[in-house]
Write a protein that binds this ligand. Structure first.
Ligand SMILES: *Cc1c(COP(=O)(O)O)cnc(C)c1O
Length: 410
């Protein structure tokens, strides 16, 4: 009916008008050749490209042990799990994966969800049910999935300025000391690549009797001696009450989870609609994820993590040497500041078309207006020749477009 169609068209037109309409780049990654992929253009023609903005940070999506575990489970048990966790959908592969994750984070238990998005949303909204009157203190730059979970729960919330522990303290001090409290934050914020102050926030949580909820999505697999994240690296993991992670980024597979005390996991398992009323992961996916977690806990993980950090350092050093405005907080994420949505999109288009380099422009609302950027994610599978090609292309484009080369202080 036209009045509905008109409203749909108007909503899409708003996005076009604001330059926020999203176009998906159609790519086929070639197993065994990441980060190489084939891009199918809108006209149907194809071009070989290198993916520079993926979240398969360590190339685990093509790791032989992961693929073998998936094949094995697929052949053993078939495609889907056939049910929710409660009704016929709990298998030995789900149990093994949860045991692997609990061990990874040295917690009593873990709970696997469809994704880390769902894990954040379902857990944060359900904690409100378990702790009536819960006040949630949420970092201003928390991921959309946490914002959604905090909002949907419906109770009291306080937003503290990004990474500002003094502001957090002020907010905590203003509230009733008897009220149940939870501080929700991230270990690495993926758009700037900066770290959350885990130790300071845990100190505050102790002082004010609050629980801590840490999203380690951009750190699991990549930081810490066994890849459990930044809290592990910094010796703070035991102080965090609930850790959230993904199996879809550095672990290269799919799914999300929380790790916490046995009673916390039992309660979330029992109350969270986002866990209860949905089909469990396909066993092959659970098997692949478990194999990836297991591999990255060991010596193989240690070397991949070292290579990953080295690649990030090399790329940053080279881009900085050309005076490109890098945002550098010492993590593996390499954002180059552009500061204008049209330029950002144009640079991304030129990199793809002319240089076969795929980096998605990051524009509002993912980042604030005026901070538009290109966000590169180097990995152990981006070799010297891929880095060379990228650095030369950026140098040429920066000159061609007469963009600033002033160092941006992070
Ligand atoms: C990607 C992301 C998520 C969601 O993870 P998925 O498993 O892809 O749903 C959660 N938190 C942060 C910070 C993320 O960047």
């Amino acid at each position: 009916m036209t009045r509905y169609d008109d409203a749909i068209d108007a909503s899409l037109q708003r996005l076009h008008d604001e330059g926020r309409y999203r176009t998906f780049i159609d790519i086929a990654r070639a197993q065994g050749h990441f980060p190489h992929a084939v891009w199918t253009k809108p006209d149907g023609s194809r071009k070989d490209i290198t993916v520079w903005c993926g979240n398969d940070y360590l190339g685990m999506g093509q790791h032989p042990e992961v693929l073998a575990a998936m094949h094995e489970a697929l052949d053993a048990t078939g495609a889907g799990s056939g049910g929710t966790r409660n009704i016929s959908g709990t298998t030995v592969w789900h149990k093994r994966l949860e045991a692997e994750l609990a061990d990874l984070h040295r917690k009593e238990a873990a709970l696997v969800f469809t994704s880390a998005y769902i894990a954040n949303d379902a857990t944060l909204s359900t904690l409100r049910v378990i702790f009536p009157g819960l006040i949630i203190y949420s970092d201003a730059l928390n991921h959309a999935s946490m914002i959604e979970g905090v909002r949907r729960g419906g109770g009291e919330k306080r937003i503290f300025r990004h990474n500002d522990v003094a502001h957090l303290r002020e907010l905590l001090a203003k509230d009733d000391p008897a009220a149940p409290k939870l501080i929700a934050f991230e270990s690495i914020y993926s758009m700037d690549g900066d770290f959350g102050p885990i130790r300071e926030i845990c100190d505050l949580a102790e002082e004010f009797g609050a629980l801590t909820y840490l999203d380690e999505v951009h750190a699991v697999g990549m930081y810490g001696p066994r890849g459990a994240g930044v809290a592990e690296r910094d010796g703070q993991m035991h102080r965090v009450d609930i850790i959230n992670g993904t199996l879809a980024k550095a672990y290269g597979v799919f799914g999300g989870y929380i790790a916490a005390s046995a009673r916390t996991v039992d309660a979330i398992r029992s109350y969270a609609p986002g866990f209860i009323f949905t089909t469990s992961l396909p066993p092959a996916v659970a098997a692949g994820a478990a194999a990836s977690v297991r591999f990255l806990k060991g010596q193989g993980g240690v070397s991949l993590r070292e290579m990953h950090q080295t690649q990030a350092r090399i790329l940053k050093t080279r881009l900085k040497a050309m005076g490109l405005p890098l945002i550098d907080h010492g993590s593996h994420i390499v954002p180059v500041h552009v500061g204008n949505p049209v330029h950002c999109k144009m640079l991304s288009d030129m990199l793809l078309e002319d240089h076969g380099i795929y980096v998605q422009p990051i524009n509002f609302p993912t980042v604030p207006r005026g901070t538009e950027r290109l966000r590169f994610t180097p990995s152990p599978v981006h070799g010297p020749s891929e880095i060379d090609t990228l650095v030369r292309a950026m140098d040429a484009l920066w000159s061609h477009c007469a963009l600033n080369r002033a160092e941006r202080v992070a």
